[in-house]
Ligand binder design. Structure first.
Ligand SMILES: Cc1ncc(COP(=O)(O)O)c(C=O)c1O
Length: 432
């Protein structure tokens, strides 16, 4: 198909709700490592990784060799038969969860399903039904996951009962108009009032992203989750860490984002980067939580031998190539270079994130912090012209999200920053 035929077929045969970045859709043809090529042969440096998913580089040779081998050995049997790849992945995951405390896995095909499984498990274990989630969160697109999500634009159709939303720790736009640390973490302390006022007082659990992804890489102060955890547990709730974007070392040093905050969750969910681009969902729980999940349940493709082989190869690759350390080191370098851009471009109001999960929030005015929505859209187009791929997010559509493959180096960062600088200049950002 030609480029025009592909775009036309998308328009004619795919739900229009499947939106694309850019005024004219960018048609991708192939990818290798940190680069993607469009159908016209243009090369892009990928700093978004297919929405925080290409964790070890496109078409990673070591990972794909394992996949090809498995594809020609045993492709599918379903969960009603045991198989080595699924067992080996579950065993590996158990060995890397915080404190080795989460040891039983349930595999599905997406982050959405992983979160569905997690809240069901919390409900089984506690015998309670109510769940607390956070404002500005994103947890998926099923009815329950949309209900957990704390951003109106992603909540389509009627939502379900039994979910309330607490304040997040969005220091740049503090919900209480306070400043850290003199705020004394009012956002976290408010959890007590929220549970007492809007639930029965006995909750099944609390679900949160350690750094809110779609919300714009909103990064809480270090005390936030410890305070929240205490309150949640005092009301009988389990702690569910949605690591769909923050898992597998991306935040630097640790396997999971929540480990930076000194909290050991009862359940972790993951997807995206776990299999470097193949569909996978993971719910891993403390054994007693997993054991309370009773009755019959099935996921036809969950634990698929090929996908689980790929996921295990990804974790092994991260381990063997010290990519958690690279995320800390190269991520720190990226952060410093972004701070330099902030000094130069008035439109950048905030730089935040951890490791190789970094964002810039664009504002029209640094005092009023009015979201620079138009400029963000223009920056996306300019970045395309300058051959870098970046992501957009934030409840107000004014955050640029960066999540390159975890095995990039400083040279890639330098190349990227040069093009981002040029793109920022092109949107007419005021240079100070
Ligand atoms: C934190 C988080 N949880 C859950 C999901 C849903 O994952 P999926 O799109 O695989 O269903 C996403 C997707 O962006 C996510 O970012």
């Amino acid at each position: 198909m030609t480029k025009d035929e592909i775009i036309l077929a998308h328009k004619e045969f795919i739900f229009p709700a499947v939106f694309h970045y850019f005024r004219e859709p960018l048609v991708m043809a192939r990818a290798k490592d940190q680069y993607v090529w469009d159908i016209d042969g243009n090369q892009y440096l990928d700093f978004f990784g297919g929405i925080v998913t290409v964790s070890v580089g496109h078409c990673n040779e070591e990972v794909n060799a394992e996949v090809h081998r498995q594809l020609d050995t045993l492709q599918h049997v379903s969960t009603v038969f045991a198989n080595e790849p699924q067992a080996a992945l579950a065993k590996k995951i158990a060995s890397v969860t915080p404190g080795g405390a989460l040891t039983k896995s349930f595999f599905t095909n997406s982050g959405t399903e992983a979160n569905e499984t997690a809240i069901l498990a919390a409900r089984y274990y506690t015998g309670c039904t109510e769940i607390v989630a956070l404002r500005h969160s994103y947890h998926g697109r099923s009815a329950a996951a949309m209900t957990l999500t704390g951003q109106g634009s992603w909540r389509l159709g009627p939502t379900q009962a039994g979910v309330v939303h607490a304040h997040n720790a969005y220091c740049y736009r503090c919900p209480f108009g306070l400043t850290y640390p003199s705020c004394e973490l009012k956002c976290a302390q408010d959890m007590e009032e929220l549970i007492r006022a809007t639930t029965s007082g006995r909750i099944a659990g609390f679900i949160a992203e350690p750094i809110q992804g779609v919300g714009g890489f909103i990064t809480p102060p270090k005390e936030y989750f410890q305070i929240v955890e205490k309150i949640v547990r005092s009301h009988g709730g389990l702690f569910i860490s949605d690591e769909v974007q923050t898992g597998w070392g991306r935040t630097g040093g640790k396997w999971f984002g929540i480990e930076h905050w000194g909290v050991t969750p009862d359940i972790i969910t993951s997807a995206k980067g776990l299999a470097n681009g193949s569909p996978i969902g993971l719910t891993v729980a403390r054994p007693e939580v997993a054991d309370s999940f009773r009755g019959l349940t099935i996921s036809t493709f969950g634990g698929n031998p090929v996908t689980t082989t790929q996921a295990k190869a990804v974790i092994d690759f991260i381990d063997e190539h010290n990519l958690r350390e690279n995320c800390a080191g190269t991520g720190g370098y990226l952060r410093a270079r972004l701070e330099e851009l902030k000094d130069k471009h008035e439109v950048i109001g905030d730089v935040r994130g951890m490791g190789l999960l970094q964002a810039i929030e664009l504002v029209e005015d640094r005092k009023t912090k009015a979201p620079a929505v138009k400029q963000t859209a223009m920056l996306m187009e300019a970045a395309r012209e300058n051959r870098i791929l970046i992501g957009k997010g934030g409840m107000y559509g004014n955050v640029i999200r960066l999540s390159p493959p975890m095995n990039i180096g400083r040279g890639d960062v330098d190349q990227f920053i040069q093009q981002l600088d040029r793109s920022l200049a092109a949107v007419g950002a005021v240079t100070v």
